[in-house]
Ligand binder design. Structure first.
Ligand code: 4AD
Ligand code: MG
Length: 439
């Protein structure tokens, strides 16, 4: 037996599909989102995960007994409502339900989230319940679309999805943000900061590959733009140069934004996100060098040539453009050990950062990788990275090394930008931050 077999007629219809059932009598299963009542009428907002519908229960239609049941329903009580669907252009979703019967399946006494404004700490501590509210569900639907757009984009272009390990023997993005784990008799292991090094191996096997999974950084600062656990998608391509990497990133971002505009207009509206800036996300994107960026920032007090860009620098730069900004050719000191040097200037690494418009900061980091064995051996020594842990990585340069490159896109940064969220914590179902691991 399935739960649905226990359901009486009329058939269960998702709120999203009610419009196609105008004039019919249906069953809606869900939770009470809200209620307004007068002496003879209840207006029940019923949500089922696909949408919210207003169900009108009149005492004359349902009888005094059911009317009394309805008047005792708590917010978020699980309910089953039966009624006829009528189109009403004024109603959200364009339909209303005229209730014939209502059953309380499970109460939700003293549901802790009220209609009043709660502070972020309270909401985050109740994230498991907060997820039921309008804003979080809209964000989660956009996130789902972004994930599908990502997979479809790479699949259409012939990239093979290869999963990178989560437990790793060494750092990829600097040793200061590593999460350590005791690994049996083998000593320390680390939660992955990036699957890139493994994608380089996979690219030499399959040509075009990507991984897409959780990554971890022990970020010890509290910022709006950092999580300790976040999702990253990382394409890697054999024979690709820095320019190829930038072309790929540009087409990729356009495809993601286009897909959200196609599928999630209603969610963007719920989030009060103006779609106009997103409609401007079209190729080509501006591409400037780090030197050019530094010259722009020089007018701003405090920026020192050679340093990494801080969030305020990124915001100042992005304000000049309506499209994502690509900054390439960085002082090698601020970039990772694996980056190829510019053959025209050994001080510069062939890396690229992509900065989202409207002050949402860096969403992509990547570039062309060093393909020379001698160069990488020197880099490991200079940066005091353990050569034994990187033996396999150096093998990639010993056996058929070719130019290659790729990038990593932060999923939460991208969702935050598209949804217009000020803080990354809203862009992931259960955020992990310096001061938060519950729920
Ligand atoms: O710029 P990052 O550190 O680049 C890499 O990890 C490369 N190995 C990727 C590659 O070339 N395959 O990180 C890439 C992106 C950033 O641009 C940002 O969007 C996101 O990952 N990111 C974070 N997102 C949330 N919280 C954090 N602590 C993040 N750190 C990086
Ligand atoms: Mg970066």
């Amino acid at each position: 037996m399935r739960y649905k077999d226990t359901m009486p007629d009329p058939p269960v219809v998702a709120v999203r599909d009610l419009k196609q059932h105008a004039g019919e009598t249906v069953t809606v299963r869900g939770w009470l989102y809200n209620r307004r009542s007068s002496k003879k009428l209840h207006f029940l907002q019923v949500r089922d995960g696909t949408g919210i519908v207003q169900a009108v229960a009149g005492i004359d239609d349902v009888g005094p007994e059911l009317f009394e049941v309805a008047s005792r329903l708590d917010r978020e009580a699980a309910i089953v409502v039966q009624g006829s669907v009528s189109t009403d252009e004024r109603a959200p979703g364009g339909v209303e339900l005229h209730v014939q019967s209502v059953e309380c399946v499970a109460p939700a006494q003293d549901y802790p989230l009220g209609k009043k404004d709660h502070g972020p700490d309270f909401l985050l501590g109740h994230r498991h319940l907060w997820l039921r509210s309008r804003r979080p569900t809209a964000v989660l639907r956009v996130r789902d679309t972004v994930i599908r757009a990502i997979r479809d984009f790479f699949h259409r272009r012939g990239f093979v999805n290869v999963d990178a390990p989560i437990l790793t023997p060494a750092a990829c993005e600097g040793t200061t943000t590593l999460f350590e784990v005791d690994y049996f008799d083998l000593g320390k292991a680390y939660l992955t900061q990036s699957g890139q090094l493994y994608m380089e191996a996979a690219a030499m096997a399959l040509g075009k590959v990507y991984c897409f999974g959780p990554t971890f950084r022990a970020e010890k600062s509290k910022t709006r733009r950092h999580l300790t656990e976040f999702w990253m998608v990382e394409p890697e391509e054999a024979w690709a140069t820095l320019d190829d990497v930038m072309d790929l990133a540009e087409a990729f971002l356009c495809a993601i934004v286009e897909r959200v505009l196609e599928e999630n207009r209603a969610d963007l509206e719920t989030l009060e996100r103006d779609p106009a800036p997103l409609e401007k996300i079209q190729a080509p994107f501006p591409r400037i060098t780090y030197d050019e960026a530094a010259a722009i920032l020089k007018e701003k007090a405090g920026f020192e040539y050679g340093s990494d860009l801080g969030a305020p620098d990124e915001t100042a730069l992005s304000a000049k453009y309506e499209r994502p900004l690509m900054i390439h050719r960085w002082p090698h000191e601020v970039k990772a050990f694996y980056m190829k040097r510019d053959p025209k200037n050994d001080k510069l690494a062939l890396g690229v950062d992509v900065i989202a418009p409207e002050g949402f900061g860096e969403i992509i980091g990547g570039g062309e990788r060093a393909s020379s064995l001698e160069f990488l051996e020197r880099q490991l020594r200079e940066q005091e990275l353990p050569e034994e842990a990187f033996g396999w990585y150096l093998d990639l340069r010993r056996y058929g090394s070719v130019p290659h490159g790729g990038f990593g896109l932060g999923l939460e940064r991208t969702v935050a930008w598209i949804c217009g969220l000020k803080h990354l914590r809203e862009a992931i179902p259960f955020p992990r931050m310096l001061t938060r691991i519950y729920p």
